[in-house]
Write a protein of this length. Structure first.
Ligand SMILES: Cc1cc2nc3c(=O)[nH]c(=O)nc-3n(C[C@H](O)[C@H](O)[C@H](O)COP(=O)(O)OP(=O)(O)OC[C@H]3O[C@@H](n4cnc5c(N)ncnc54)[C@H](O)[C@@H]3O)c2cc1C
Length: 289
């Protein structure tokens, strides 16, 4: 199918973009990498009055190191994140996870801002934003604000942007020393969306876990942190019996759905298996330094 008729504006600065979004009063769509938006238009699942192309706005695609955080511009392509030495140094779990997004051609165009705003329930980057306690910076004609990634995802493909707002930046607080990570995903074919995926970090002091994070995608409408399961790990050493309790807690925390690709029961089973593997990898890497 062909997309419905729409107007099109190429914004060359942020003010022009947010002014166009404000004028359209919720009827506009931002065009970033187009890897999700164009299929949605072609299927006529969306009928915006105007597309606001942000690709030529300078200063929206960047990865910058700050003393306590890494800032990633909304227009940064998946491939740039995947190959960034800064991300590789501070967030190897993110470098690894983003390589699981679709195929290379998609990662060349797709952006972190687009992935978070689109909020597919099985997408990797929303899960990583939740895992890494990201803060999102948002601008509109009315001003700017920040929101925690955990509060941004409201429902499947529904986020806390009011239609006149532009996501501009993702801020990731640096991880403490001695943090190991794990990422596990099951897909039907290479490049598909996840049937289920789990990412975990464990921060160690000697052999004691002092901070644990477990995030999941593909097992509910939004990415989630398994907080009760995380709390079981803190103050403990990871071993098989603790792993089994954590896996059960994760399975209880999720509400996966049955669809064409997998049943809810299978997704719940996968979430547990992947959690065990991700935690074992995080524990090993935490000890390796
Ligand atoms: C074949 C195929 C396979 C894929 N596989 C995966 C996969 O395995 N995992 C995965 O996570 N994704 C996958 N994707 C989606 C891909 O990651 C997209 O790049 C991503 O979802 C959207 O990014 P984009 O920059 O292309 O956004 P666009 O398509 O341009 O926009 C997506 C949505 O976000 C809005 N938006 C974009 N940028 C902003 C902004 N800065 N502020 C406010 N709103 C904004 C748009 O208006 C639109 O509603 C796949 C896509 C395809 C075509």
């Amino acid at each position: 199918m062909k997309p419905p008729v729409f107007d099109y504006i190429v914004a060359t600065d942020r003010d022009t973009a947010v002014a166009a979004l404000a004028r359209a009063d919720g009827e506009a769509k931002v065009l970033a990498g187009g890897q999700s938006l164009m299929p949605m238009l072609n299927f006529r699942l969306l009928r915006p009055s105007i597309l606001v192309d942000i690709n030529r706005i300078p200063g929206l695609g960047f990865i910058k190191e700050m003393p306590d955080s890494i800032r990633i511009g909304a227009l940064t392509r998946h491939f740039q994140i995947e190959t960034s030495p800064l991300i590789g140094k501070h967030f190897p779990v993110l470098s690894y996870a983003v390589a699981h997004v679709g195929h290379l051609a998609i990662r060349n165009r797709g952006t972190i801002g687009g992935s978070l705003s689109h909020a597919d329930p099985a997408a990797e980057l929303p899960m990583m934003a939740v895992l890494l306690d990201a803060t999102l910076r948002i601008v509109s004609a009315a001003g700017s604000r920040t929101v925690a990634a955990r509060d941004f995802f409201l429902d499947a493909m529904t986020v806390g942007l009011d239609g006149t707002e532009l996501l501009t930046e993702v801020v990731l607080p640096k991880l403490p020393a001695h943090t190991g990570w794990g990422f596990e995903e099951i897909v039907r074919r290479h490049g598909d969306f996840a049937l289920a995926a789990v990412a975990a970090t464990l921060t160690l002091s000697g052999s004691e876990i002092v901070q644990a994070r477990i995030a999941l995608t593909g097992v509910g409408p939004i990415p989630l942190r398994a907080e009760e399961a995380e709390s079981l790990l803190v103050g403990r050493e990871f071993d098989e019996s603790l792993g089994r309790r954590v896996i059960e807690a994760v399975r209880e925390a999720i509400s996966p759905e049955t669809d064409l690709h997998a049943s809810a029961d299978f997704r719940r089973h996968l979430a547990g298996v992947l959690t065990g593997r991700a935690l074992a990898a995080a524990w090993r890497r935490g000890h390796a330094g």
